[in-house]
Write a protein of this length. Structure first.
Length: 137
């Protein structure tokens, strides 16, 4: 569960430095793939380029793709939202300057966390497996 949602549920405040728009509003509407670039941006650029070639698959799977920098959030695919990079880093527990790729499911839970570039086929298979399990229940 995202830290900011946990704070809301249990009535605890989020540190004001980390407050603001995070990923909670996406729950039950979108899956979110979040790219955190490292200092040289090489892995983030490779991952973003791979994703850009698969827009139809991203759309079919209700995915939003975000790149969370130190001071901003870029929407690489999907509708644009005003998001707080500090709040997202806080929720997903990712340090600044370190590459990370995270897939957050529609339920708000982290489905994939990687410190390396992940093939799009792996991401799509994970989503499709999860979707098939839910539709068969």
């Amino acid at each position: 569960m995202l830290k900011s949602l946990t704070a809301d549920v249990f009535g605890m405040g989020v540190d004001p430095q980390h407050g603001g728009e995070s990923l909670v509003d996406f729950e039950w509407r979108y899956r979110v793939l979040v790219i955190f670039p490292c200092k040289d941006r090489s892995k983030a650029t490779r991952q973003a380029n791979m994703l850009a070639a698969e827009t139809e698959g991203l759309q079919e799977r209700d995915l939003i793709v975000l790149e969370v920098g130190r001071d901003d959030v870029k929407v690489l695919f999907g509708p644009h939202f005003d998001l707080n990079p500090s709040a997202i880093r806080y929720d997903l527990d990712v340090d600044d300057g370190v590459f990370a790729l995270l897939l957050v499911g529609k339920d708000g839970l982290i489905k994939l966390r990687s410190d390396d570039v992940v093939p799009i086929s792996t991401i799509f298979e994970l989503i499709d497996q999860t979707s098939q399990l839910k539709s068969s229940n």
